[in-house]
Write a protein that binds this ligand. Sequence first.
Ligand SMILES: Cc1cc2nc3c(=O)[nH]c(=O)nc-3n(C[C@H](O)[C@H](O)[C@H](O)COP(=O)(O)O)c2cc1C
Length: 214
Amino acid sequence: MTAASEPKPLDLVVAITGASGAIYATRLLQVLVNSGRHVHLTISPSGAEVLDHELGIRVDLAKLDPQRLLVSDSAICPVEDVPPGELVYHHFQDFRAGIASGSFPTGGMVVCPCSMGTLASIASGQSTNLIQRAADVHLKERRKLIVVPRETPLGSIQLENMKRLADAGAVILPAMPGFYHGPTAILDLVDFVVGRICDQLGVTHRLFKRWGEK
Ligand SMILES: Cc1cc2nc3c(=O)[nH]c(=O)nc-3n(C[C@H](O)[C@H](O)[C@H](O)COP(=O)(O)O)c2cc1C
């Protein structure tokens, strides 16, 4: 809960695209909403396919109740007590959404997971859907844009696209969990990546034990 004297934190944007690792996205949404942040969510059709394939979450992009993603009953990521009403969903083709404009203030955007296709499109400024447009807006407004690519091995075109995005100010945060925090379950690995995203957004968390922490 934000104290009356404190300014309300700015809204955040999360986009789910069609790379493996949909669990990172659902966990990120849980953590952000649980920490009281107002989150704008958009999902590509391939992102929806991966949600179904990896987590068994079937979403109808035309009329999605985003709260469904907060209470995933995946065996990896258990149901949590998440307050409702902090998550707003936008269709990936809805360019009338506020997040399509630089005049709509945000505290940053995360593309998680980020497919190589979306990464390439953002790197070349294509803006052919709301995800790419919102990312482009974050770059032009010099706001935080975090992309969480998941691909291996990486080809030279993919690496060049990442370099281009990093040069434009984006944070490239690959879905590469560390192992120095003593993970014993898949959720520990997921939380490592989600925690590093939260670090970039300035969202406080206790998702993993930091290096040097007693
Ligand atoms: C189950 C599944 C897993 C996929 N995993 C990846 C992946 O890990 N990385 C990636 O770059 N693309 C992956 N793809 C391919 C992308 O989804 C595809 O290139 C798509 O066009 C990306 O569209 P989007 O960026 O609009 O989501 C996967 C596709 C499916 C169906």
